[in-house]
Design a protein around this ligand. Structure first.
Ligand code: SAM
Length: 129
């Protein structure tokens, strides 16, 4: 499942994917980069939170400029889901200031691994990443 805030990007991605086996869930995360770590009142849709995931990758929304949709809501939500489900979670663009601030705010541990601009988290009982 892809959770996507940009209808234009969703259309573009859909055109590149094979038929079947995936879905795009449109969702406005509700916060901008300039909002910082404020997430009150925002979450992911039930279509995401009601299911169990083996792997979660946060690589959106764009999250670059102050008025872009920001990644704090998906990072917080992914952290909750990952902890609940026994997890593997990756966050790309972890070098961005808001991502740097969000990690220690929403996680209780350091990333298990850093691959260039991607941070990886795994539960203690998981095999090494
Ligand atoms: C920033 S991109 C991921 C970039 C990736 N981390 C990289 O290094 O290439 C993630 C999100 O940005 C938004 N985005 C990127 N390019 C876009 C475009 N041309 N039009 C609309 N949205 C775009 C979409 O919401 C997409 O899910």
């Amino acid at each position: 499942m892809f959770v996507e805030s940009s209808p234009a990007w969703a259309e573009r991605v859909a055109a590149t994917l094979p038929t079947g086996g995936w879905e795009i869930t449109p969702h406005d995360y509700g916060t901008r980069v300039g909002d910082g770590l404020a997430v009150v009142g925002h979450s992911l849709p039930a279509a995401v939170t009601s299911r169990t995931w083996d792997v979660i990758l946060v690589d959106g929304p764009r999250g670059v400029d102050a008025d872009d949709p920001g990644r704090v809501v998906p990072i917080r939500a992914a952290a909750k889901l990952a902890k609940r489900d026994g997890w593997r979670m990756f966050v790309h663009d972890c070098d961005q200031p808001l991502e740097q601030a969000a990690y220690p705010h929403f996680f209780d541990r350091e990333p298990a691994r850093a691959y260039d601009r991607t941070w990886a988290y795994g539960a203690d009982h998981d095999p090494p990443l």
